[in-house]
Design a protein. Structure first.
Length: 540
């Protein structure tokens, strides 16, 4: 069925969407737009303008491929020689091959880097009834096998106030169930009934759109060297506004964001699945094939529409599925997770070296009759990212301040916090392993590392009250042993805090690699402090 065919079937929905989207089109802001939050600037030990900022990238393409038989059972034991990769019809050489098997046969140990699962409850676009039913279904999934999950699983909720991390990665299903039920459903403009896809940065009542939330999650996962499955639970409806009703400038902005999101999901090795928790009473699309045809990749800006940024469209393009019309959420989640239990990573370097941002078709074949392959069917050949500017770096830091997501690319070993009152000033020492920090050799033989440090004070309701940031640098003599496992980089920062409620959030960012780490600090104690501590290296 064509896009116009599906549009005709959804005519009643369209009139409401069209009125809404035309009112908002003039204020559309790209996903990477906006300015960094104004924050208290403290004195630094490095001149910001003199510090180069680089972003490392590669044109290698990694495809995570799962293979199933006619019954949908994952197939293990395949080898590199079983696969053929074509890009725009041209054969590609598989440079690296990895098989991951988390199921294994009895007596065997699971092999490969363990995959991860991320569950997202979309509370913004789902009704209370649908969310309540989905929670019951997820209870059953989490408590399978006495609450022991096969994959590390993380839990999020998208609320009117933003994306909340309900629980970090764990295999403890009991802990995830408890975290899910501790989350109180708030009234949003849409969860009083079925709602359509919210446009990015468009609604004053919604802090983060579904697409922006997905971007936050993918950004935090991009450096983890394994496959991730995101399962998006929502009863939201994609926006079927036809492209003919959108101005050319708006279509170009949408197309740019589509390419950026698709490339981010690919680099983060994410397969996205969306499940309509409205069940059989949900969206009136009879077959997956109809949506797959509607969600065909945008080849240029002239055909771009809001639906290209919906989670359902992005799911299909990532190699996942947009699932509708079923009432067995537990089994649907189980099927999606199982697809990531056994997979094969195929890495190749494209023979076409003209990375001009155009879409390239991918075909992966296997010489095994009766088997079905699951992977993405193409990607946008984006050029190397431009050197990260100072403004872009500060925007990254500002986004990390606002989100509830924990960043782990630059792991924070531990944090020491002390308070002085009155006034309430927090002195925070952030400890980082020196081996995880990028060190640059200097002309005099010394080594230098530069870290951006930020801290934010939040109220109990999650409203930011104070913020401070600074750039610090440590220069150490040569042969000091910066890679030693017992040496820590200590980054101090101070800021006002409001007691007794709320919490602190600290973020560190390596100014060279762009890697970030974060930590939330609660239950602060009032103790005397000695402010003015500078950046140092300490032994454990």
């Amino acid at each position: 069925m064509t896009k116009s065919g599906i549009f005709a079937r959804s005519l009643l929905v369209f009139f409401a969407i069209f009125q809404f989207s035309t009112q908002l089109s003039a204020q559309y802001i790209p996903l990477d737009g906006g300015s960094a939050d104004t924050r208290q600037q403290q004195s630094t030990n490095a001149n910001a303008s003199s510090v180069p900022i680089f972003q490392i990238s590669t044109h290698a393409v990694t495809l995570d491929v799962s293979v199933t038989d006619k019954q949908g059972t994952p197939i293990s034991g395949l080898t590199k020689n079983d696969f053929t990769v074509l890009e725009d019809g041209q054969p590609q050489t598989i440079a690296n091959f990895t098989a991951v098997d988390m199921q294994g046969k009895p007596g065997q140990i699971a092999s490969g880097t363990p995959p991860r699962t991320i569950i997202v409850f979309d509370e913004v676009l789902s009704s209370f009834d649908d969310l309540a039913s989905a929670r019951q279904e997820m209870d059953k999934f989490f408590l399978r096998n006495n609450g022991r999950l096969a994959q590390l699983t993380q839990l999020y909720a998208l609320t009117a106030n933003g994306l909340l991390q309900l629980h970090g990665y764990t295999r403890d299903g009991h802990a995830l169930t408890q975290a899910l039920h501790q989350q109180k459903l708030d009234i949003s403009p849409c969860n009083v009934g079925r709602c359509w896809f919210i446009l990015p940065s468009s609604s004053p009542d919604i802090a983060v759109s579904p697409t922006e939330a997905l971007q936050e999650i993918a950004t935090s996962e991009v450096s983890a060297p394994t496959h991730k499955t995101i399962i998006w639970l929502s009863s939201g409806v994609p926006d079927f506004t036809p492209p003919d009703y959108l101005p050319a400038s708006l279509q170009q902005g949408i197309f740019d964001d589509v390419r950026g999101m698709s490339d981010l999901l690919r680099r983060a090795r994410i397969t996205l699945f969306t499940i309509d928790i409205g069940g059989v009473l949900g969206m009136s699309i009879a077959h997956d094939q109809e949506l797959e045809e509607f969600a065909a990749p945008a080849m240029n800006s002239s055909g771009s529409t809001w639906s290209d940024l919906s989670p359902q469209t992005l799911a299909i393009q990532s190699g996942g599925r947009a699932i509708f019309g079923r009432n067995d959420t537990e089994n649907m989640v189980k099927e999606c997770v199982a697809q990531g239990d056994v997979y094969y990573s195929l890495l190749y370097y494209p023979t076409d070296t003209d990375f001009n941002g155009q879409f390239r078709r991918l075909t992966v074949k296997i010489d095994k009759p009766g088997y079905t392959l699951h992977t993405r069917d193409g990607y946008y050949a984006m050029p190397n990212p431009q050197t990260l500017t100072e403004n872009m770096a500060q925007m990254q830091l500002a986004q990390a301040e606002r989100t509830h997501i924990q960043y782990s690319e630059l792991p924070i070993r531990f944090v020491k916090t002390s308070l002085a009152s009155p006034p309430s000033i927090a002195t925070i020492k952030i400890y980082i392993d020196t081996k995880n920090v990028h060190w640059q050799p200097q002309a005099d033989g010394t080594m230098q590392s530069t870290i951006d440090v930020s801290a934010v004070d939040f109220s109990k309701r999650g409203i930011p009250l104070h913020a401070a940031s600074k750039r610090i640098a440590v220069t150490i003599p040569k042969n000091h042993g910066i890679r030693a496992s017992d040496t820590l980089f200590v980054a101090p920062i101070e800021l006002p805090v409001t007691l007794p409620n709320g919490y602190l959030r600290v973020i560190v960012r390596d100014n060279i690699t762009g890697k970030m780490g974060s930590r939330n600090i609660a239950n602060l104690k009032k103790i005397s402090v000695h402010p003015g501590t500078g950046p140092t290296l300490e032994k454990r």
